[in-house]
Design a protein around this ligand. Structure first.
Ligand SMILES: [Zn+2]
Length: 269
């Protein structure tokens, strides 16, 4: 009887073990399949992300290339437009050399009259003078400087305001004759360094006194060499492209070719 009991229990255990083993094997198989499925999903996701990334990069490169072509096309159109202009046409300088720095004092109250006489800060010159100025700017840049413009073309009616405001007639041209500024053939300027700081020229713009004269040398010892060197740099390069200095204003340069005076308003719109 006892032996029979052992036999039955053993059969039961063997059966149970076999059943359990089958179940584990199925679970293992299911787990492997689940893992494979997950791995496939992961690989698919990576593939999709990589495809999207490649598409995004390709689109971006295409957009950059299109923008580049658009800019080149506009530049070519602008150059063709500029090249076709008459030499006497007044051109807005910043449109053709965007590196120029503008500080159009007569469009502010920061000038000898302490009043704004230009409706907007625009700098224009006749095309032929503008080309020379652009050449000069390229030359200055090789030395680490950029042109800063205080004034270019000045409508004749504004010349009358300057004339009627100043008591020192040595520094303002008589509007009856007209200034070279009224002809679009003169520029008031200085130089700035790479950080945009004005070079020391000994006096500020529109300083009506002997210190602004080209012949003046009596500056303080610690700045004299620097001032004279800066003025010389300005004068040498401006003269090399066809401008001429005048004796009593270090900032003023006349172009060698003259045109009639004009009272066309500045293009403020
Ligand atoms: Zn001037």
């Amino acid at each position: 009887m006892k032996i029979l009991s052992y036999f039955i229990v053993s059969i039961f255990f063997i059966f149970s073990f076999s059943s359990c083993s089958n179940q584990s094997s199925k679970q293992l198989q299911a787990s492997v399949e689940a893992n494979q499925e997950l791995e496939k999903l992961r690989q698919d996701s990576i593939k999709k992300i990589e495809t999207k990334r490649a598409e995004f990069i390709e689109d971006s490169l295409k957009r950059i290339e299109l923008q580049k072509q658009l800019i080149e096309k506009k530049e070519a159109e602008k150059k063709a437009y500029f090249d076709n202009l008459e030499d006497s046409t007044m051109v807005e300088l910043i449109k053709y050399d965007s590196s120029l720095v503008l500080d159009i004092r007569y469009a502010t109250e920061n000038n000898f009259m302490k009043q704004k006489v230009y409706p907007c800060p625009k700098a224009l010159l006749r095309k032929v003078a503008a080309i020379a100025l652009f050449d000069a700017n390229q030359k200055f840049k090789k030395q680490g400087y950029t042109i800063k413009i205080y004034d270019g073309y000045r409508p004749l009616s504004v010349q009358w305001i300057l004339w009627n405001t100043t008591t020192n007639k040595n520094y303002v041209a008589n509007p009856r004759r007209g200034s070279n500024h009224n002809k679009g053939c003169a520029v008031d300027m200085t130089l700035v360094d790479a950080e945009g700081n004005e070079l020391n020229m000994g006096t500020g713009y529109d300083f009506f006194g002997k210190e602004a004269h080209h012949t003046y040398k009596n500056f303080p010892a610690d700045t004299k060499d620097e001032i004279l060197k800066n003025r010389k740099t300005l004068k040498t390069i401006m003269e090399s492209v066809g401008f001429k200095s005048i004796s009593n204003e270090w900032w003023h340069y006349d172009f060698k070719i003259k045109y009639p005076v004009s009272d066309t308003p500045l293009p403020c719109e």
